[in-house]
Design a protein around this ligand. Structure first.
Ligand code: GDP
Ligand code: GDP
Length: 436
């Protein structure tokens, strides 16, 4: 179930992020309306033919005010650590520079396959210029143009050839996979411990260790769970150094393997911008989400405290309006027992399938209650709706003209669907299709 990981490295301005956006482009547009989530994205899923993989733009990894050379070295290191295949990008208009040679040296030392992409080769006449790049020692240089989307097919063919045979072990459908995300010191490790030490939790002896996380299977009340714990990995200091630059990547990989993501917030320090970004990733990945306010023991427990904090969360995390909020303390263990039932419910809703005829009754009732809008003299007509996927529940509504289904009406339909079927904890997606 692990997807291959591809990282793009190269000195600044060779066009890494342009290529990145091209390769993941379609996915980004789906989530455009979530502020702050996609702007500085460095990790995403991408597809080539029938293969889906994960792509990292190492140029987007922030390293503060370090000098350029240090930054490039660190970025190359991330690529070497994280990726199965590395795309090394150079600029076909500028030839080989000293910085390219620096990066090359690091890549030689790794045993990772490297595919050389020569970018900014915007027209066929320029193709001859790529030959000089043979001297970098990574075999055939692939001419590409990020601006015009040229040559990407050949480049990706070469990349995909290097993918390792991945043991396609399907996750057990009955088991709920979940992970905890949140900034450092929010209490992820403490909460994992608290959950595993609850009454009637039976932890299996065998904990699977992947490259990025420790998987701990356990059973509670007959339900199997697996905690995907990335924080523990860092604490145990096995593979990774303790710098934060890897932690986002690891969190993203954990999110991808999860059914439910627990987004932790520190009650003591309150909500910060980073929390929002991290939570955004979970939402964007289409996972079920439970918001956990940890360290509640540090809050003056006046009557309205919880309500006030909840209001703040709802204001900051509007895109997570479906996520339940659990207030607890990993330290005192207060209310930690309320968390797993929420995980279970969110997971069930995430995988829920509704009957087509009941769905259509709900949609027709919604239409009767709030007639479809007219835009430029044209009225939206909704003919039929159908659930086409689970995890997350995804609906297609067949309409006379998809352009007429505006965000506000879509939102109205989503709310009606939620009221009727109870999708607490999970995002749902609605797509409009033209009925032919
Ligand atoms: P990064 O720093 O490596 O991520 O580079 P960017 O993707 O930000 O691109 C740097 C500059 O090169 C931008 O001005 C891009 O518009 C430009 N650029 C990217 N790809 C191409 C290309 O294929 N052809 C040309 N002519 N310009 C490109
Ligand atoms: P992680 O970096 O997210 O894994 O966070 P840790 O689990 O290592 O916790 C960071 C710090 O917060 C430690 O000093 C914990 O003892 C403390 N901590 C964790 N949970 C709680 C809590 O519920 N209440 C209080 N007061 N402290 C906590």
């Amino acid at each position: 179930m692990r997807k291959s990981v591809v990282a793009i490295v190269g000195r600044p301005n060779v066009g890494k992020s342009t290529i990145f956006n091209r390769l993941v482009g379609e996915r980004i547009s789906i989530v455009e309306d979530i502020p702050g989530v996609t702007r500085d994205r460095i990790y995403s899923q991408a597809e080539w033919l029938t293969t889906s993989f994960n792509l990292i733009d190492t140029g987007g990894i922030e390293l503060g005010d370090e000098p350029l050379l240090v930054q490039m070295r660190e970025q190359a290191e991330v690529a070497i650590q994280e990726a199965d295949v590395i795309i090394f990008m150079v600029n076909g208009r500028e030839g080989i520079t000293a910085a390219d040679e620096e990066v090359s040296k690091l890549l030689y030392k790794s045993n990772k396959p490297v595919v050389l992409g020569v970018n900014k080769v915007d027209n066929p006449e320029m193709r001859d210029q790529v030959y000089e790049f043979y001297s970098l020692g990574f075999g055939e240089p692939y001419p590409i143009s990020g601006t015009h989307g040229l040559g990407l097919g050949d480049l990706l063919d070469a990349v995909v050839k290097h993918f390792p045979e991945i043991n396609q072990e399907e996750p057990d459908e009955e088991t709920i996979y979940f992970s905890l995300i949140g900034r450092p010191n929010v209490g992820k490790s403490s909460l994992v411990n608290a959950m595993l030490n609850q009454e009637r939790v039976i932890v299996s002896n065998i904990a699977g260790t992947t490259r990025d996380a420790i998987d701990t299977p356990f059973t509670k009340d007959g339900q199997d769970y697996v905690i995907i714990d990335t924080a523990g990995m860092r604490k145990r200091g096995k593979i990774y150094e303790s710098t934060e630059k890897y932690s986002i990547l690891r969190a993203l990989k954990a999110i991808e393997r999860s059914d439910v993501v627990l987004t932790l917030i520190d009650a003591e320090t309150g909500i910060i911008e980073q929390d929002k970004k991290i939570a955004g990733y979970a939402h964007e990945a289409g996972k079920a989400v439970v918001i956990v306010v940890n360290k509640w023991d540090t809050v003056d427990s006046h009557e309205k405290a919880m309500k006030e904090f909840e209001d703040k969360i709802r204001a900051h995390f509007q895109f997570l309006d479906y996520a339940p909020i659990v207030f607890l303390s990993a330290k005192t263990r207060k209310r930690t027992h309320t968390l797993l039932p929420q995980v279970l419910e969110a997971s069930e809703n995430h995988a829920k399938r509704v009957e087509t005829n009941v769905l259509n009754d709900v949609i027709m009732d919604a239409l009767a209650m709030n007639p479809t809008p007219t835009i430029k003299g044209q009225r939206l007509k909704i003919l039929y709706a159908s659930q086409v996927a689970v995890k997350p529940p995804t609906f297609v509504v067949f309409v006379n003209d998809p352009e007429l289904l505006h965000f506000s009406y879509e939102r109205f339909l989503e709310n009606r669907i939620r009221e009727a079927f109870g999708f607490e904890g999970t995002p749902i997606k609605i797509f409009a299709r033209r009925r032919k």
